[in-house]
Design a protein around this ligand. Structure first.
Ligand code: NDP
Length: 448
């Protein structure tokens, strides 16, 4: 609970200004709540107005995106880019294309991104963007026309040293390719302005795998240091069947775990023999079809329509990798009753505040998103370095750097939790460790 008068005042102000931005308010509350012990020891933060500045984005642009569908009809979507904080580097964060996208979601993601990027140790500020456009069910030509129109507005706000967007839900290699092509055409300049690019034009090896692999490197280190254990032999349940979920499943299997369930927004599949990733990749990456196809193709597997029932499946490790607030208190109770020992967030803010509290109270090892899923943006940072140097590193080089970064993030978060007197509480640890560098940079740079 927020008891510190300064933090409470700032939170009340944010609530008064944006009472309808529920996801943003949730993210701000979680961060301010865990910063309390640190803020109490550092009066210079209030003196420099750091908290009231850090919860307010540097700027948000919102714009109309007009495009024509295959029937010749005019379509209008709304686009956003939220440049949240550039104290430690150019704005960096993904672009989400999903019908649920609104300003609150973009702001919560940009806010979280600021601390996550700081945790990676790389010089990247926080930003996020997207649109309520739904790429599902659209032809390649429609997606291209949308992406070109989106970039025709966005290009004037971004740049390799200003703001470097990337992928997120609904924005994969295809969408990044179309956006990059349009940026290059408008600026007549080939520069590393987006990450997640194709390998033929400046993309980094291992970027596709990075968030999912990074999540498992984090879990492996957490299990080793906090329980003298490992992923080998564990039963794993993963929500989602997109980029993060698929590569989390791949690395979990490589480390000796058995992934028994995955889901999409319509339902989940349970395969007691272990999910066959080649089948899942074919359905999700190649055919862009529903996950129910899996149960039709793999004997012995089952499909269930209520996707939140995935959390009722008994497992040792649960990895929510789909979207925000997908794991609530009831799901947390079901996981705990079934003896889950690790919950690590691949998606951004997938667990509600109540669910997180239950995990922490019941001794579940809990890895919050801003630490556990930072592997994606870290590797985007490595893509930026390669672009600047006009070099391409091998898969093994990038993967080794990614692993090193995730191990460091775990230790930084763990050490910060201990310094705050809450050893092992990685929610506090990640927030404090991410916050320190950004706040110091803001103080050093004066009132800007
Ligand atoms: P994808 O679009 O590749 O996959 C998203 C998955 O989640 C799909 O299976 C989708 O199902 C499901 N999903 C999306 N929205 C909802 C919803 N409202 N309810 C239920 N299920 C939903 O996205 P990513 O894998 O890239 O991203 C997943 C999460 O990870 C997001 O929170 C993202 O912000 C976060 N993240 C991603 C990073 C990356 O590198 N890609 C980096 C760090 C965080 P369906 O196909 O049916 O819509």
């Amino acid at each position: 609970m927020l008891t510190n008068a300064y933090l409470k005042r700032v939170y009340d102000d944010v609530t008064r200004r944006d009472p309808n931005e529920k996801e943003f308010l949730q993210a701000v509350y979680e961060v301010l709540d865990s910063l309390q012990p640190y803020v109490e020891k550092h009066p210079e933060l209030e003196k420099n107005g750091i908290i009231e500045r850090i919860v307010e984005p540097d700027r948000i642009v919102s714009f109309r995106v007009t495009w024509m569908d295959d029937n010749g009809a005019t379509r209008v979507n709304r686009g956003w880019r939220c440049q949240f904080n550039s104290a430690i580097g150019p704005y960096k964060g993904g672009l989400r294309l999903h019908p649920s996208v609104n300003q609150s979601i973009i702001k919560f993601l940009g806010f979280e991104q600021t601390f996550k990027n700081s945790l990676t140790g790389l010089p990247m500020g926080g930003g996020k963007g997207g649109s309520d456009f739904d790429p599902k069910g659209k032809s390649d030509a429609e997606v291209m026309r949308f992406c070109q129109s989106f970039m025709t507005e966005l290009y004037r706000h971004i740049g390799a040293d200003t703001d470097v967007p990337a992928g997120d839900i609904g924005t994969g290699a295809r969408e990044i390719g179309y956006m990059f092509g349009q940026y290059k055409r408008l600026q007549n300049c080939f520069t590393g302005v987006l990450t997640g690019k194709g390998l033929d034009f400046g993309g980094s090896l291992a970027r596709t795998q990075a968030t999912g692999y990074g999540l498992l490197y984090f879990v492996e280190e957490m299990l080793k240091c906090m329980k003298n254990d490992s992923v080998a032999g564990k039963t794993v349940v993963i929500s989602g069947a997109g980029n993060v979920a698929i590569y989390a499943a791949e690395k979990a299997s490589q480390l000796g775990g058995k992934v028994v369930a995955m889901c999409d927004s319509q339902g989940y599949v349970y395969d007691p023999n272990g999910i066959k990733l080649d089948v899942m990749k074919q359905i999700k990456e190649v055919e862009r079809a529903r996950i129910s196809e899996y149960a039709k193709r793999v004997p012995g597997s089952e499909y269930g329509e209520n996707r939140t029932d995935i959390w009722k499946i008994k497992c040792d490790i649960a990895l929510p990798c789909a979207t925000q607030n997908e794991l609530d208190a009831d799901s947390a109770k079901a996981l705990i009753a079934n003896g889950v020992s690790v919950v690590a967030e691949g998606a951004n803010m997938p667990s509600t505040l109540e669910a997180v509290e239950l995990f922490l109270k019941n001794g579940v090892l809990f890895a919050p998103a801003k630490a556990a899923n930072a592997g994606g943006v870290a590797t985007s940072g490595l893509e930026m370095s390669q672009n600047s140097q006009r070099l391409s590193w091998t898969f093994e080089e990038v993967d080794a750097k990614l692993r090193g970064i995730m191990v460091n993030i775990f230790h930084n978060a763990y050490d910060a939790s201990a310094e705050c007197g809450m050893e092992g509480n990685l929610v506090v640890g990640a927030n404090v460790a991410g916050f320190i560098k950004v706040s110091r940079a803001m103080i050093a740079q004066g009132l800007v």
